[in-house]
Design a protein around this ligand. Sequence first.
Ligand code: ASE
Length: 346
Amino acid sequence: MGSTEDLGYPQDILRYSSGFLVSKVMFTACELGVFDLLLESGEPLSTDVIAARLGTSTTGMERLLDACVGLKLLAVELTQEGALYRNTDISNIYLTKSSPKSQYHIMMYYSNTVYLCWHYLADAVREGRNQYERAFHISSEDPFGAMYRSEEEMLKFMAGQNSVWSVCGRDVLVAFDLSPFKQVCDLGGGGGALAREYVSLYPNSTVTIYDLPKVIQVAKEQFVPPKEHRITFHEGDFFNNSIPEAELYILSKILHDWDDDKCRQLLAKICKACKPGGGVLLVESLLNEDKSGPLETQLYSMNMLVQTEGKERTAAEYSKLLKTAGFGEVQVKRTGKLYDAVLGRK
Ligand code: ASE
């Protein structure tokens, strides 16, 4: 009674303390190419062989491989020649570079960019703003100027977002029957993975990817195959340039980058450009109305604090933004997955 034993062994606290170690083990195994090598090899390999092929120390590699076994990202079997490691199914699908569902690029973005911003999380909370100045010694005035500070950073971000949509895109696009919308504009559509999913699900539609000129250039060159004639491009800055007419606008993880004022401004502009009977589809990770969860979304909201001007919001918050901007009817579909869908009709 009243003793610390009544609180139980502090398992959650200990697990949370090592959470970042777990992430970094997975990121590092991806970065060093462990999963790619084991996929390529087609047979289980020893630490010595893996270390030699990847140019690492054996002592470091052995510990990394064992930690991956603990995380069930690798499986180990003990043979007479010693321990042999192989990928698990989940690693083959999500952690190898060449898989169509590869999450490799988002991992590299988390590990090498997001991680550095999170070092200054306490400063972000104290100041209520992103941490580009501390992390990268660059101005934080314009978050996308900072995020796209080099072509390499922009590419990493675009490839990262594309890997997310290769896994989550379908769920958010089937949440509503979007087949009546033939002329679609994906604002901030980046590398185009969601646009590609859209035209594959709704083959009678065309999608225009609207993004900054330097993003469009890379999307055309590296991400969207030229033979995909149902996808077109429009260069611009949606805050400062005009928005083309369309039946459906997609804002996929765009509003979460911006404060309420900017969101209202953008949505009002979209509502003006939108054809009668048209609408806007918001793709976002929705917080519970009392903001009690989901944990993943609460953590993303912290990430928006360290990296952008935005935050994650509840369905009621998005509905209010849409209605204020002139959209009359709003429907919300929770997918039960990471990303949800909100449809506003003009
Ligand atoms: C943004 C998205 C992200 C802005 C900054 C960001 C992500 C990381 N940093 O719009 C990706 C969010 N996470 C996932 C899994 O998609």
